[in-house]
Design a protein around this ligand. Structure first.
Ligand code: 5RP
Length: 219
C-alpha cells in the first residue's frame, strides 16, 4: 500500500464521523483532497461547509458545494484535516501546505477535530518535520533572529504567499519535547501570526491509514 492509498483509507474512515445535519469544516492538503472527492457520497448529511483555504474552497465549489464563512456558522460540529506529524497525545505539526492559520481557526471553532494521516506521520517527538510559522513579511527577520536564539534554523519558504498575504518560515532542528510550552513561546514573538503547532488544541481523534487498515486513537 503506498502513502496515497493509506491517506485515502484514513479519509474514508473519517466519513463515518459525519452525522445528518452537521456543519463540516474542511482542511487543506493531499489527504483532505481525497476526502473532498468522497464528500458527494455524504452530501445529504451535510448542512453547511466551511473551508480552511482557497484551494479547498475551489475543489468544494467544483463539486457543487456552497462554502459558508466561519462568521456565518459560528461554533460548529466537526473539523477534518490532515497533519505533517502527530504524537501519541494527538498534538500536531501542521502547515506543510501553508494553510495553518485558517486551519487553526477552524480547529478552534469545532466541537470535534478529526485528523487523518498515513502511518508515516505518527512520531515519538514532534519536530523532525520543519515547523511552519506564518509571519508578517515586515517582521520576518525579527522572528528569524528570535527563532535562532531558540536553536531553531528558520528557512524562508521563498516564493510562497499565504492566503492571508503573509510569509512562511520553516523551522528546522527544533526539539519539541514540550509542544504546549513551545506553541505559547513562539506565539509570543511579535510578528508571528500562527505557529503550526496544534498542542493547545490537539486533535480529538486521529485516524491513521496503514497496511493493516485504519487505526484510531482518541484523546
Ligand atoms: C496544510 C496542512 C496539511 O494538513 C499537512 O501539510 C498534511 O498534508 P498532506 O495531507 O498533503 O500530507 O497542514 O497546511
Amino acid at each position: 500500500m503506498d502513502a496515497s492509498d493509506k491517506k485515502r483509507s484514513a479519509a474514508k474512515a473519517a466519513l463515518e464521523f459525519i452525522e445528518p445535519g452537521m456543519t463540516l469544516g474542511v482542511g487543506t492538503g493531499s489527504t483532505v483532497n481525497l476526502l473532498i472527492e468522497m464528500l458527494p457520497a455524504v452530501r445529504d448529511k451535510i448542512d453547511r461547509i466551511v473551508s480552511s483555504s482557497k484551494a479547498s474552497t475551489v475543489l468544494l465549489k467544483e463539486l457543487g458545494f456552497t462554502v459558508s464563512t466561519l462568521n456565518e456558522v459560528g461554533d460548529y460540529d466537526i473539523y477534518i484535516d490532515g497533519a505533517d506529524e502527530s504524537n501519541k497525545r494527538l498534538e500536531l505539526v501542521k502547515g506543510g501546505g501553508g494553510a495553518l492559520t485558517r486551519e487553526k481557526v477552524l480547529a478552534a471553532a469545532a466541537r470535534r477535530f478529526i485528523c487523518i494521516v498515513d502511518d508515516t506521520k505518527l512520531v515519538g517527538m514532534l519536530g523532525k518535520f520543519p515547523l511552519p510559522i506564518e509571519v508578517l513579511p515586515m517582521a520576518q527577520e525579527l522572528v528569524s533572529r528570535r527563532l535562532l536564539k531558540m536553536r531553531g534554523q528558520p528557512i524562508w519558504r521563498e516564493g510562497f504567499i499565504t492566503d492571508n498575504g503573509n510569509h512562511i518560515l520553516d523551522v528546522h532542528d527544533l526539539q519539541i519535547s514540550n509542544p504546549i510550552e513551545m506553541e505559547s513561546r513562539i506565539n509570543r514573538i511579535p510578528g508571528v501570526l500562527t505557529v503550526g503547532l496544534f498542542a493547545d488544541r490537539p486533535a480529538d481523534v486521529l485516524l491513521i491509514g496503514g497496511d493493516a487498515g485504519v487505526r484510531e486513537m482518541r484523546n
